[in-house]
Design a protein around this ligand. Structure first.
Ligand code: NAG
Ligand code: NAG
Ligand code: NAG
Length: 359
């Protein structure tokens, strides 16, 4: 069964469309995937998850992701509420890398460094809706984006797909892939959803209990870069989440840059599709389990949120949500000791995530 997309806004983003190498205007919409009382809203603006509504143990529904009421607010968003980021997500030192002997400079949008693929990364472009089935057994949407040679400084054309699908009982899967068409290029995507299992706007997430399948992490410097290239054990540090631990238990003892909170990359134990994290909010009883096929995951606890106007008149402050960003090792392009993120013509990058909700 196909549902009609709800076009909240018909934005004439001509300059964005041209930047994307597309001809003329494209339409930005909001697409709902609905299965019983489980609902997910996606926009083709930045392949953004705008809302995820799930029940708690009493059947009360809440939207468990931070975001905005209108698409227009996502255009100017600097917190990255819910999009898929790329071509190379996370921070890249000085926006510079060398590939096959050639030096590349990408757009700098985080001080002296690049973050999330530049100021018009994949989170700030219009994707094409390839397929959309809003209801039935397995509602899904497939989005497509053709990234062009030189976009934000990256080499070669890249074909990108992202499919969001609901399955029983409360499972959201995200499958992404990217094919390099003519030049070797670094590729690393991540989904930047901010979670609050008590419901967005319900306060901070410090009481959520987090467990990570991560025995190691990559220490970060003041610029939030893994400049030492070290991979250290979490044992005996404030980054040890091997056993379920409240996010807030040690949060005032760690810093992400100049603020207190987690903004740190973990190396996930094992390889292939496997469990990465589980989280539980004792108050609502909602739980979330994340599996993915990536080597690493950034934990970010919304350290920089400060009086951000969000949905339903809510104001998001520090720790109002947290992100579990499965990814490659950060700044891998500048660290030959980390697994390579180079995708050569004909090769395919695949990043799959499965979010299982419980109550
Ligand atoms: C986005 O920012 C621009 C420039 O500051 C402003 O003109 C525009 O009104 C903003 N859009 C929204 C939807 O807030
Ligand atoms: C990428 O994903 C799309 C959409 O699911 C699919 O049609 C395509 O076959 C995938 N490409 C590769 C190379 O796996
Ligand atoms: C939030 O912003 C205000 C106004 O810019 C500033 O005074 C305050 O220190 C900020 N708080 C945090 C936690 O960053």
């Amino acid at each position: 069964m196909a549902r009609a997309p709800v076009f909240l806004a018909l934005l004439c983003l001509t300059d964005f469309a041209l930047a994307g190498g597309a001809d003329g205007r494209k339409m930005v919409g909001v697409y709902e995937l609905k299965k019983g009382d489980f609902s997910v809203k996606i926009s083709n603006w930045g392949a953004t998850i705008m809302s995820i509504v799930t029940p708690d143990s009493k059947g009360n529904l809440a939207d468990v992701v931070l975001g905005f009421d209108t698409l227009g607010e996502y255009v100017n968003d600097t917190s990255y509420f819910g999009p898929l980021t790329g071509r190379v997500a996370q921070r890249m030192a000085r926006g510079r890398f060398v590939l096959d002997g050639k030096v590349y400079h990408t757009y700098l949008n985080d001080g002296k460094n690049a973050i999330h693929g530049g100021h018009r990364g994949f989170s700030k472009v219009i994707w094409t809706v390839k397929e959309y089935v809003g209801g039935g057994d397995s509602p899904y949407i497939t989005l497509y984006y053709r990234s062009f040679d030189g976009e934000q400084g990256f080499p070669g054309d890249l074909d990108v797909y992202a499919t969001y699908e609901l399955s029983s009982p409360y499972v959201l899967s995200i499958r992404t892939n990217a094919t390099a068409l003519n030049k070797a290029t670094p590729v690393n995507f991540l989904q930047h959803v901010y979670w609050n299992l008590g419901g967005q706007g319900s306060g901070d997430i410090l009481g959520h209990t987090l467990q990570l399948s991560a025995s190691r992490y990559t220490p970060m410097d003041e610029e939030l870069l893994p400049s030492s290239g070290r991979v250290d054990p979490v044992a005996g540090t404030n980054y040890d989440f091997l056993a379920p631990t409240p996010i807030g238990a040690r949060i005032r003892k760690v810093k992400g840059g100049n603020v207190f909170g987690y903004d740190i990359n973990f190396v996930i134990d094992g390889e292939g599709m496997r469990k990465v994290a589980s989280v539980r909010d004792g108050k609502s009883g909602r739980g979330l389990e994340l599996s993915a096929n990536q080597p690493a995951m950034q934990l970010y606890t919304g350290n920089f949120l400060n009086n951000t106007k969000g949905k339903d008149g809510n104001v998001y402050n520090q720790y109002a949500g947290f992100c579990l960003e499965t990814q490659a090792y950060p700044d891998a392009v500048n660290h030959p000791e980390f697994p390579s993120i180079t995708v050569r013509p004909g090769q395919v990058y695949k990043h799959d995530m499965v979010y299982k909700f419980s109550y």
